[in-house]
Design a protein around this ligand. Structure first.
Ligand SMILES: [Fe+2]
Length: 391
């Protein structure tokens, strides 16, 4: 996903006999887009194909996989107070998808306990932004230690689970296709450009192989076509001794992002961090703001009619909106204009820096609301720009 990486033991040449502790190991070729895109090769003690039981799986959680809204959803700006979704349960039990279209989904999860099962998303790549908490992302490619501020990217089809040290507050994004580093940040040869907002060294792949206890044999919960199934093996099937390739889970800290600033306001596209088919992820990080005399650092009101916009407010003072709280999500659909509250716009003049941290998801196809979103909605938001009495 970032560059070529390798962990543990791999054979001298792919597709040849490779022995470990006197036994031939299985080669597991993990590919994307058929056999025509990035791939990795894992070496494991046994091929992961010996399921002994497959069952439909239910989480008793209507928020994941999501259900579309049943009520009529009129076009208006929306504000979701995600802290209304209380902390508790495992990552999957707590997960709520709030918005979706054919390209991506956006949701939250606030897990407080570990999940025994490993999860495989067979529909989409996943990116979880860690707004709060810390732990270990356990994957079949190995383990990644993570903490607040990390993006955790798990490509489609890779089994993982969270080991939680401190309870997590996650923004969860699914991307169906081409999710990762935007093409424009790379040279044709694959290296990140010098003017990209991050470098190869900022990305952390698994630092150690996964080792479970001898008696551990967790099931694998797979989401494919929005349905969950549980797969059980006679023994843990991913006893990996090494892997190499270009497709693996990774982490990137938002605090390593190098923001761009200008004399006057730049459009949010300069804050891009990741992209997928039909959407971009941007992050607003603490930075010096527009330094021209009389510059207005606050964003201008805008009608970006081809985009729906989701903003997740992580921490700091949010320069453009009032009534927004930590971990609020605002949803500004295309078709109608949006922008800062007037007093925030005027107040921003003369500011020299901002300490805001927020994550934005802009989609080109309209987003639909999932049923779970309504329980968190602040109904007064759409009219909060109006300073006079209204009907
Ligand atoms: Fe906007």
């Amino acid at each position: 996903m970032i560059d070529y990486r390798r962990l543990g033991a791999v054979s001298e040449k792919p597709h040849t006999v490779f022995e470990h502790e006197g036994k031939m190991v299985a080669e597991h070729v993990f590919t994307r887009d058929g056999f025509s895109d990035l791939y990795s090769i894992l070496y494991q003690k046994r091929a992961p194909t010996h399921e002994v039981k497959v069952n439909p799986f239910s989480l008793n959680n209507p928020g994941f996989p999501h259900k579309p809204a049943t009520a009529e959803v009129e076009l208006r700006r929306r504000h979701l107070k995600t802290p209304l979704h209380s902390q508790g349960g495992s990552f999957l039990e707590s997960r709520k998808t709030l918005f979706f279209n054919d390209d991506c989904t956006v949701g939250v999860s606030r897990p407080a306990k570990n999940c025994n099962e490993f999860f495989i998303n067979g529909d989409a790549d996943e990116m979880h932004f860690v707004a709060e908490g810390s732990g270990v992302l356990q994957t079949v490619f190995g383990e990644i230690d993570f903490r607040e501020g990390d993006y955790l990217c798990v490509p489609k089809g890779i089994a993982y689970r969270f080991q939680i040290k401190n309870p997590l507050y996650l923004l969860c994004v699914e991307g169906r296709k081409d999710f990762g580093i935007p093409r424009e940040f790379r040279l044709p040869q694959g290296q990140l450009r010098l003017d990209a907002p991050y470098t190869h060294r900022d990305f952390r792949s698994p630092s150690r192989l996964l080792t479970l206890g001898d008696s551990e044999n967790p099931a694998f919960v797979v989401k494919r076509n929005q349905q969950l199934t549980a797969h059980q093996y006679t023994e843990f099937p991913y006893q990996v001794i090494g892997w190499d390739g270009w497709c693996y889970p990774y982490a990137f800290s938002v605090h390593a992002y190098q923001p761009k600033t200008s004399s006057v306001h730049l459009p949010p596209t300069v804050h891009t961090s990741f992209s997928g088919r039909g959407f971009y992820i941007m992050n607003f990080v603490p930075r010096i703001v527009d330094y021209a005399k009389n510059a207005v650092p606050c964003p201008y009101p805008h009608s970006n009619v081809d985009c729906d916009e989701i903003l997740f407010y992580v921490k700091g003072q949010f320069t453009s909106r009032k009534g927004i709280e930590q971990y609020s999500i605002s949803f500004h659909p295309g078709g109608i204009p949006h922008g800062p509250h007037p007093e925030m716009y005027e107040k921003s003049v003369g500011a020299r820096e901002t300490n805001e941290l927020a994550i934005m998801v802009d989609t080109f196809a309209p987003l639909k609301m999932a049923e779970s979103a309504f329980a968190m909605e602040d109904q007064s938001y759409h009219y909060s720009w109006n300073t006079t009495d209204h009907l």
